[in-house]
Design a protein around this ligand. Sequence first.
Ligand code: ZN
Length: 302
Amino acid sequence: MNPILIHEVGPRDGLQVEAAVVPTEVKLDWIRRVADSGVDIVQVGSFVRGDKVPQMADTDELFRILAKEAHHALLSGLVLNEKGLERALEVGVPLICLGVSASETHSRKNTGMGTDEAQRRIIATALAAKQAGRKVQVSVQSAFGCGFEGPIPEARVMGIVAAYLEAGLTSISLADTAGHAHPAQVRRYVQSVLALDPNTELTAHIHNTYGLGMASVYAAMEAGAKAIETSFGGLGGCPFTKVAAGNVATEDLVHVLQRTGQRLDIDLAALIGVSRDVARHLGRELPGCVYKTGPIQESNRR
Ligand code: ZN
């Protein structure tokens, strides 16, 4: 079995919902340490308007600084539209992430466009990024249910996936924006995508709103997902319930993988150190477990 890849999205998915703006120097410290811990990809920020989302206003600057440095991890940035792509290309983002919401209401609230129009524009933007020589990942947001609409038909989700695959976009993330995913559903969806194209590089992005995060991540991995998006300390929020319920914590997933002999190349202590610093900086406890408990000691295994 190929090792599960870890895509750290805390600096983007986590920090974008924080009330306070984290200073650029502090973000840089966290990003550098995670990017050298052995995880595979780190999402640095999002190319949104700085006046609308001040937490992400330094994304261009972060990339300009990080582009001059050598780090183990590939760096990714989230792009929402054509203007965002221009900025991402200018600062040399190696992996460009884009997405469409499967929920018509969520899509309209976020982008002012329905799902069909958003899908056409995002595919065109993704292809432009590819032509510019960048790696590209496309996602389906609210894939497992929506805080506005409730259940989203599976056929609707697979329709977006099929359109991506037809366009030659084979790195695809299924995102559980609201945290509605449950393990049996995640297993089925991963199998459905791989039935469309077994070569899909599939990522799962699962929020822990209802406590189902790690179980759903396991279902995704066992069904054939290649990568999981996680956030340090489990940081993040749910835009629908307004509760602190981020992604599965990066260090929690690395810890459990290492207990079964996987991803021993990742420096778990370094990840725990970052999450402790994030919690200290934000002045509160984060949802993750292992940054608080520390790993189960070697002697206690089995
Ligand atoms: Zn998310």
